[in-house]
Structures are given as structure tokens and as C-alpha cells.
Design a protein. Sequence first.
Length: 364
Amino acid sequence: MDKQAHEFPRIGVLPSGPLDTICDVGDVTVGHCTLADGPLQTGVTVVRPHGGDPYLDKVPAAATILNGFGKSTGLVQVQELGVLETPIALTNTFGVGTVANAQIRQAVAANPGIGRGMATVNPLVFECNDGYLNDIQALAVQESHYAEACANAAKPFAQGAVGAGRGMSCFSFKGGIGSASRVTAIQPGLRYTVGALVLSNFGRLPNLTVAGRPFGRRLADQLDRGLAQQGENAVIVSEKGSIILLLATDAPLDARQLRRLSLRAGAGLARTGSVFGHGSGDIALAFSTAYTIPQLAEQPMPAVAMLHETRIDPLFEAAAEACEQAIISALWHADGVTGRDGHHRAAIRDAAPQWRQWLSDTAF
């Protein structure tokens, strides 16, 4: 399903790019491979920072660990060197090793000197646990699924219960892949775009906040007066989900500035009702498409004027707003899914068809 398939709440005040996705930034593309077969409800999503070889032309990047209950791979080197050298991959927790191997094979096929005369490659794979809907023990994700997601990468892409988001849950409803973009003015005549893509798999329904409104409490009351205190929504139960937040910008930022930008993803996450709970793996990564860094020492390093620190606040605002919007977009785009042992997650738009009225109700 494409971005236009469903209406969804509009968050914030900044304008969006023409696609209102992370693909509004530079040459960024996104691809999915979705597995939807009975108890197997999972997949792979790939974000390509540009159309070339990211090992040879690396992209500046940095990450923030908001809460580290996660099994992602590749972050140590990103934090040390400040670059990406593979596409960014998203999958389920037990698929990380397989997808990392696929990234290594892809890089070696393109650059046979890797690990011999050339430096090794740093695979970068993020994960969330989709085990409620997906039989995660089946280890269904294969290296070919990563290759398929890469082959499918394009500017238009589906959101919701697709790719790595197929088996993800969010605020007791169906979660998954969501994306958004925001355009901000740094000074008169100078505008930059910040795009976000999330793998959304977190949240307790009573905490859900939409456009500043206590949406989850009202929905829980409508569905079942006791729902807000039962099962995974009980106050005594810790947050067990996770979210990966990816930010792309065309602003010229270095790795230190990108780390600061990635931290602001947490502001958007918090606005939706997350408290970065004990059992939640909440990781944000930001990268810039403004320049690349060559692998080969014989090639010149980029000579780019970085954005002055005193002008960075509009990007922070755009990052927070885009992440908040992307989470809401994931919820509203996701169709209901039934998976392992008959477990089901419904689409939130089906549970609350009157959401427009709720959000316009001044007495909410």
C-alpha cells in the first residue's frame, strides 16, 4: 500500500517534502522484502543513502542509544569513524546475523579486495522483536531477502505492515514502517529537509498520544473499560517493545552534529507516549547526503562548509516533528495481521474510525 492509501493525522506545523517520506532527502531510496505466510510474518527493509557504492563513497553518520535493550550490529564502528559503508538494513531480532552476512557478501561482490588488500566492511543492521506475530524461532529471514529488498529500493515505497515492519506491534495495535519529512528554513533563502523512517514496535496503549491528545486512554475506554490496566498495558508491566528511528538530511553536518541531530529523534518519540522503557531497544541514527567520504586515500576528501552550530535548531525541530509523524504514519498505514498461534494485531484506524472527530474535539 502506498502513502496515499490512507488518511492519517497530520502532526506539527512545518511543511513536508513532496513525498512526505525519508526519500525527499537527496538520492535516498527504500526497499522491502515481506514474508507473510501463516506463522511467518516478518521481512527486511533497506534504506540506501545514495545510488552508488556506500563502501567506496561513505556517508557521514552518527547514532544515539536512547535505551540499549537491543541487538543491532555495526554501531560501534559508526560511532568511532562517523560513516556508513553499507545500506542500512532493518529486520527481526534473530535475522540480524543473516542480514549482516548478506551485506558483507554484497560489498565483497562489488569490491573483491575487501578483507584482503582493502579494509573489511562494517555491516549495519537494526532490529526489533516481532515474536508476538512472527515465529521468530523459525529463522525465516534469508540472505536472498536482503538482496530482494535492495533490488526493490525506490523513491516510492509502502508503509505499515511491510518489510521489516510486517510482524511489529505498536501501542497494542499493528505497527511497522512509517516515514515522514519536514522542510525547514535555516535563514532566508536557505532551506533543508529532514526525513525520518521508523521501525515502530513499542508502546502501551494508555500512553498513546496523537497530536498532543491522550488518544490511547480514550481508545482503551471505548474498547474495554478495563483494557488500560490489563495484560501488556498494565501499569506494573515494563515496556517490552522497541523502535528504530532513522533520520536523513541534506544539510551539511559532520558526524558530531549528526549525533546531536539523532538525539532529537527522542523528542519526537516521547511526544507519542514513549518513556524509553526498560525492555525497549530505542536507537536513532542520522546521516547526511550533503557529501561523501572516499574509501580510497588517493581520492580527495570533501571540502564542504558545515552548518554553523547556531543555525542547527531548526533541524532539531524538523527531526522531532518528522519522527513523531513517522510513528503515527506507521500506525495508520498498517493493516491488521494474524500470525503465530493465531495472535492478531488490529489496524488502529479500524478500531477508531472516528479518529478525525476525536482529534478535532476541543473537549478531548
